[in-house]
Structure formats: C-alpha cells, structure tokens
Design a protein around this ligand. Structure first.
Ligand SMILES: Cc1cc2nc3c(=O)[nH]c(=O)nc-3n(C[C@H](O)[C@H](O)[C@H](O)COP(=O)(O)OP(=O)(O)OC[C@H]3O[C@@H](n4cnc5c(N)ncnc54)[C@H](O)[C@@H]3O)c2cc1C
Length: 449
C-alpha cells in the first residue's frame, strides 16, 4: 500500500497504528502535540503505569514487539486486598499459571513504540498540535508549538488517535448523523508514589495489584520495575470524603492515617505530592460513527475512552490497531470500506467494555470484601474447572482471553451470572451448593466458546 497516511496523536494507540501502517508500506506522518517524550519526561501524576493484558499483548506480538515489551513488565498474579487494619489477602485473578496481568510503564512503552515507528520509517513530527479540521475542504491545520506557525495537511486517510479530548472527534461529531456523549464520573483520581527501599527492593509484594477498598472509594498501587509503586486514589470529587474536602495538609494526613494507615506509612512525601500532583477527571466517551468517507477515522480513546477500572483502555486501543489492520487487509486497502468495517466490528465491543469498566469500579472498591462476591468467585472457578470450554469467569474472559470479544464476554457473563446467582440463593458456603445441578444448567444454557 504505497499511500500517504496521517496519524494524529503519538500516544499509545497512534504510535502502534503508525507501525502497523508502515509495515503495510504506507508513507506515514505521525503528528503529536507534545514534545518528544523520549527526550522530555512526562508531567507528574499522569498514569505512570498501566495494566497490560493478553489482548494488548496480542497486538504488540503482531508487530514483533512482544519480547521487547515483556522485558518491561512486572507480573501481577492477583489483587492484594488491604483491610483497614493493614491485614492483607491475595485474591488470585485466575486459576492457571498464565492467568496474570502485567504492570507496564506508560512512558517506557510509548518510547518503545516511537522507536519502532521511527525504525519502520514513520515521519514523526512533535510539537505539532492539530488546531483546525475543515471537513469540507479536507484540510487539517497544525500549529507548531515553538514557532506558533501553522501548516496544513490534506485530510485524507487520516487516523485520529488524539485521545479522550480529541479535536478531530469534536469536529466530526458536529456533522448531521454523528453523535457523541461524554459521561463524567463523579469521582476523580490522584497519583502518588511508594518509593523503593534503600536497597532497591519492593516495600510490598511486587507481583500483585494492591487495593485498599473502602466502599465508596479506594486506593490502588501497581508495581514499577525500579522497586517503586504508582499509587492512585479514586475518590468522589465532592463530599466527605471527597477531593474538595481534602484541602489542607492536615486533612490529607488525617484522612490517609485513618483510612489507609499502612499505605500512608509507605508514602514519605504524601502531603507534598497530594498538592503538587493534579486531580484527574474520569469519563466515558461514546461516539458514532467514527469515520467519514476515506477522510478520517477515530481510534483509541478518541473514539471510545473508558474509565480505568477494568484496566482496558489501552488494551482496547491496541485491539483497535489490530482490527484496523485486518480491515485494510480484508478490503484490499479500500480506506472508506476499511473505516466502515472497523467501526462496525469495534463499536459493540467498545460499548461493552465501557459498561463493564464502570461496573468494575464497584467490584474493586466494595465487592472484593463481600463474602457473597467471594463465594460466587469460588463457584465460578469450580465450574470453570469442570467445564473450561463453557464457563469462564467474566473477568478472565476480559483479561486473559484474546479470542473472545468484549461484547461476547459481556453477554456470556450475564447468562453465567444468572445461573450462579440462582445457585447462590440462601447459601453461605460452596459445600451447600448442588454443583452437579449447576453444572447441568451450564451445559444446557451455555454453548461451547
Ligand atoms: C488513571 C488512569 C489509569 C489507566 N489505567 C489503565 C490500565 O491500567 N490499563 C489500560 O489498558 N488502560 C488504562 N488507562 C487508559 C489508557 O491510558 C488509555 O486508554 C490510552 O492511553 C489510550 O491511548 P490513546 O493513544 O488512544 O490516547 P492517549 O494515550 O491519550 O494519546 C493521545 C495522544 O494524542 C496527543 N494529542 C492530543 N491532542 C492532540 C492534537 N490536537 N494534536 C496532536 N496531538 C494531540 C496527546 O498529546 C497524546 O500523545 C488508564 C487511564 C487513566 C486516566
């Protein structure tokens, strides 16, 4: 495909998409608003690490990057739940050795993708913010951050990977027949850090995603390769407790000491970091359609940002890249049809992960300490052991399986939930449940995957 393509946004999705396109022989220009992040460090508090799961890895494998990415990963086997008294309980994510997820550094992964894009011949242009999109004249206007000068590029075969606040989406959605909603969560987030010990070792278990669930809010921590943890507080924006109430050093200190005493002891500069690091918003973007002729197609967060509670935003964006590549293959490089096919195949799946991500917030901040939730998880694992081709816990379908789309995981998950909820009525222990009968229902109701 000897054609010119413009990708706007050199974040995780844009950089990976540029690699896929360059491998197809396209002449790719990648336009990024920020300066080259390989030379300038990210501002503090911008999701320094992320959970990477099998779907994301599958896309990285497709461009030959899996081995190099694996060098950057820290394995997380399960959730380490910290109660109010500092006692911990490891809840494994799955029941087979490979059923794990990984913590990866956002800047490390983004830098690797940019290096690879550069070696694949992508023309990387930093400090270039897309300011205007003229759909009729088919022109994109970029402003150079240092000189303030503007330059134009034709709006043709353009992939918009400019993130949740996408300017390209904003313009596209003003067209008749296009629609977009942004649902803001009434909770925000703030990042903090647990540093490594003096000898570089981890202060808490390295191979877990740590959660301090407190019902209406929570703290989580993901390991970094250097022995530190990135900690994120998810809290209502308003109320008590809420970000608006935590407005003095004493209030921050008292809140952490009362609610997360073991974590507070591990964050040395807690009050300073709390006021230096920004409080970020959390929202879900739902838009449709994502494409206009062969001019433009949205991809990644620009099309479908989700809240981070299933750790799937980046994974979904990486799946997008694989699907866009498959669409170009399936249509013989017809861009208009590729964009259309891509949208039709991805939209039901990204809608499904948007819903499941919101549901997972309740699971992480509250359900993980609920005996009924834990009993249901035990039952799901037992049924999976008996019928591994028919019953796979929904969390496992989303996080470990790259052969089940999000929409199928969601609808199968609903049926599984109904079966299990019926079996759990009035039961407190696994031994009280007639598992053979539940297994028969699974066989009758759920076709093999
Ligand atoms: C707190 C938090 C935790 C998260 N945790 C996880 C996780 O554990 N696992 C997971 O899978 N996902 C997670 N996510 C989601 C993940 O960060 C996103 O889904 C992912 O970054 C999407 O990639 P993207 O390339 O589409 O967008 P982005 O990463 O936002 O990249 C967009 C790029 O476009 C550039 N840009 C923006 N506007 C313009 C413009 N006008 N002109 C040119 N360039 C522009 C930006 O500078 C940026 O480089 C998390 C998100 C948050 C907020």
């Amino acid at each position: 495909m000897n054609q010119t393509v413009t990708v706007v946004g050199a974040g995780l999705a844009g950089s990976l998409m540029a690699i896929f396109l360059a491998r197809r022989g396209c002449a790719v220009t990648l336009m990024e608003k920020r300066q080259d992040m390989r030379r300038k460090s990210l501002p503090a508090g911008r999701s320094i690490n992320l959970a990477l799961a099998n779907r994301g890895l599958k896309s990285l494998r497709a461009v030959g990057l899996e081995d190099r990415v694996r060098e950057q990963l820290v394995t997380m086997r399960g959730r380490m739940v910290h109660d109010q008294h500092g006692d911990t309980d490891l809840q494994p994510y799955g029941q087979r050795p490979w059923e794990v997820i990984y913590s990866v550094s956002r800047p490390g992964l983004n830098a690797l993708l940019l290096d690879e894009a550069e070696s694949a011949g992508v023309d990387l242009r930093f400090g270039q913010a897309c300011r205007r999109v003229d759909l009729e004249a088919a022109v994109l206007t970029f402003e150079d951050e240092s000189s303030g000068q503007t330059a134009e590029l034709p709006l043709r075969r353009c992939i918009a990977a400019d993130g949740a606040g996408s300017v390209l989406r904003e313009t596209l959605m003003k067209q008749p027949g296009f629609d977009c909603t942004v649902d803001w969560l009434e909770h925000g987030y703030k990042e903090l850090c647990i540093p490594a010990s003096d000898d570089g070792s981890y202060r808490i278990d390295a191979n877990a995603l740590h959660i301090w669930p407190r019902g209406g809010y929570m703290l989580i921590a993901l390991p970094n390769l250097d022995g530190s943890f990135t900690v994120t507080l998810f809290l209502p924006n308003e109320g008590d407790p809420g970000f608006d109430h935590l407005d003095t050093r004493d209030r921050v200190s008292d809140f952490f000491k009362a609610r997360f005493p073991d974590a507070a002891a591990l964050i040395p500069d807690l009050e300073d970091a709390f006021f230096v690091n920004p409080t970020g918003p959390l929202g879900t973007v739902r838009s449709a359609p994502w494409h206009l002729d062969d001019k433009l197609c949205l991809l990644g967060d620009a099309a479908h940002a989700v809240v981070p509670f299933h750790g799937q935003g980046m994974n979904a964006a990486f799946e997008d890249c694989l699907e866009m590549d498959a669409s170009l293959e399936a249509t013989g490089g017809d861009w208009s049809r590729s964009f259309e096919r891509f949208f039709e195949r991805r939209k039901p799946n990204t809608d499904a992960i948007a819903d499941m991500a919101i549901e997972n917030y309740t699971e992480m901040r509250a359900s993980v300490t609920d005996p009924r939730f834990l009993l249901r998880k035990q039952l799901a694992f037992e049924l999976e052991r008996r019928q591994p081709d028919r019953l796979v816990p929904r969390y496992s379908m989303v996080m470990f399986r790259d052969d089940i789309g999000y929409a199928d995981a969601q609808s199968r998950g609903r049926t599984q939930l109904e079966i299990m909820e019926r079996a759990l009525q009035g039961k407190e222990r696994l031994e009280e449940i007639d598992i053979d009968a539940v297994e028969r229902q699974v066989l009758e109701t759920l076709p093999p995957i």
